[in-house]
Design a protein around this ligand. Structure first.
Ligand code: C2O
Ligand code: CU
Length: 541
């Protein structure tokens, strides 16, 4: 295996989009950021120097960081932020992983502009499990704000209300002709007739789930979150933020131009997001650059059926090894709610809807971001920074959707806390995520660091163990799962990666509001089952 060395300079740059020039934070002055490429089992070394006035960290989304928890990247969880003028060198192995991943900033909302692809190719001479594509293209879906995103997060928290919608959606950083002054800001792919291409799709958006489609063409899903899937052909796909998906595209249409479109999947009924679609161009060699493109048709923004169809199509390529017995059955509720104003919370400005502040929680605990590295506190046994009492709820049938008054999931009374849950090394975990929310119900893209998990079931309404059916044959192996609106999702995984791992909603606004918790996986008996020492250049808070 090789070592791939990269130098990431976190720096500001002036960028003009939507008729306005503003300063954005980038890596090496590139937007979207530079691609990291490697082969399975390679070692990746990224020296990050922060030249901006903001704090920064980088997270390698989907990379398991086996025995390298210190380099995972979420700020105040596994490391203190890299402060202005400082540097930190990330050093990790992509052990037994290949596929499409991405990297992004994991501080405040900086990942709005600080993100890029992380592509891990199979080892030399190991073919894809499908016919070798003629060429590959990487497509990053994003959101763009004209305001400074770190300030934006602060304002949203202070107001207690909902976030403003993004000013534009983007495809590889370009909004396309549906937006003001953007008729030239169009990403274009050129393809040769009859050839087959691999598109590596990455949803790097902040607060949106998105549909993706190409006019007159079909897409065949072959990989999700870095794991091969049974080929599934569809006219459109949906990616939650944090999800990656490889699709095959065959140039089987007449020579011409075709629109590529991304638009929101928005399950929350009473929240307004950006509804204009971002457009890119697919041009066959030989087509006139200015010829009219065939329009792409996106589903309507709340098409839950279209989403379920894609989800149902995701199956692991081979029969997989899902743990049949489980050591811990967890039930975790995820919801957005209004925290009542009270004198215990002096920051509570009570300006939000219903004279309260919007908050989000898991099992009724709204996560308080600490101001230290929790992993360091755990490793050094420092007390007073977090507690180990993340509440467990027995796995049984509650009326979560209607919020029975004495249930833990009646999430209007969320408590604040920085809590973790501890797992023995090697324990087999099942989690049922129940989507609640007394204020709005929407899909929550729940992401687990340090592990992938089998998605063995999902459904609408309240989870009911008497009627739920699980797929233990060929469930998809993901790192981010959209827990269906007003519904539930069940996952299983083996806690085999010692360290401390964040579990959170990949909507930044929900993370800001506290939809996070932490899992600690204890050391096993041997060195290769134990968390190593912290690196010498680990940033200090
Ligand atoms: Cu994509 Cu906690 O991250
Ligand atoms: Cu959420």
């Amino acid at each position: 295996a090789a070592t791939r060395i990269y130098h990431f300079k976190v720096q500001t740059m002036r960028l003009t989009r939507l008729c306005q020039t503003k300063e954005i934070v980038t890596i090496n002055g590139k937007f979207p950021g530079p691609a990291i490429t490697a082969q399975e089992d390679d070692n990746i070394v990224v020296n990050v120097i922060n030249m901006t006035p903001y704090n920064a960290t980088i997270h390698w989304h989907g990379i398991k960081q086996k025995l390298s928890c210190w380099y995972d990247g979420p700020s105040y969880i596994t490391q203190c932020p890299i402060q202005s003028g400082q540097s930190f060198t990330y050093n990790f192995t992509v052990a037994q992983q290949k596929g499409t991943f991405f990297w992004h900033a994991h501080f405040s909302w900086l990942r709005a502009t600080v993100y890029g692809p992380l592509i891990v190719y199979p080892k030399a001479n190991v073919p894809y499990p499908f016919k070798k594509p003629f060429k590959e293209h990487t497509i990053l879906l994003g959101e763009y704000w004209l305001k400074n995103v770190v300030e934006l997060e602060k304002h949203v928290l202070e107001s207690g209300g909902p976030p403003p919608p993004a000013d534009a959606f983007t495809i590889n950083g370009q909004p396309g002709p549906n937006y003001n002054c953007s008729s030239k800001d169009v990403y274009e792919i050129e393809i040769a007739p009859r050839k087959t291409y691999l598109l590596r799709l990455i949803n790097a958006g902040i607060n949106m789930e998105s549909f993706f489609t190409i006019a007159n063409h079909r897409l065949t899903i072959v990989e999700v979150d870095g794991e091969y899937t049974k080929p599934f052909t569809t006219e459109r796909v949906m990616l939650v933020p944090g999800q990656t998906m490889n699709v095959l595209l065959t140039a089987d249409q007449p020579i011409g131009r075709y629109s590529i479109a991304m638009g929101p999947y928005e399950s929350a009924k009473n929240v307004k997001f950006q509804h204009t679609s971002a457009i890119a161009s697919l041009r066959y060699f030989g087509a006139f650059p200015n010829s009219v493109a065939s329009p792409a048709k996106l589903p309507v923004f709340n098409d839950n059926i279209a989403v379920k169809t894609v989800m149902d199509g995701l199956r692991s390529l081979k029969t997989v090894d899902v743990p049949e017995d489980v050591d811990a059955h967890l039930f975790i509720t995820v919801g957005v709610n209004v925290n009542k104003c009270n004198s215990e919370n002096p920051n509570n400005k009570c300006q939000g809807p219903r004279q309260g502040r919007l908050a989000a929680s898991m099992n009724n605990i709204s996560f308080n971001e600490p101001k230290v590295s929790i992993l360091e506190a755990y490793y050094k046994k420092l007390e007073g920074y977090f507690t180990l009492d993340f509440p467990t709820v027995p796995e049984k049938s509650y009326d979560f959707v209607n919020g029975a008054p004495n249930d833990i999931a009646n999430d209007t009374q969320a408590a604040n806390g920085t809590r973790a849950m501890v797992f023995e090394y090697g324990s087999r975990i099942q989690i049922i995520f129940q989507n609640t929310g007394t204020l709005t119900t929407e899909n929550h893209p729940i992401h687990l660091h340090g592990h992938s998990f089998y998605v063995i079931g999902y459904g609408t309404g309240n989870y009911d163990h008497r009627t739920a059916r699980f797929n233990l044959e060929d469930p998809p192996y993901l790192n981010t799962i959209g827990v269906p609106v007003g519904g539930w999702a069940a996952i299983r995984f083996v806690a085999d990666n010692p360290g401390l791992w964040l579990l959170h909603c990949h909507f930044d606004i929900h993370q800001t509001w506290g939809m996070s918790t932490m899992f600690i996986v204890k050391n096993g008996k041997t060195v290769v089952e134990s968390l190593p020492q912290p690196p010498a250049d680990l940033p200090q808070c």
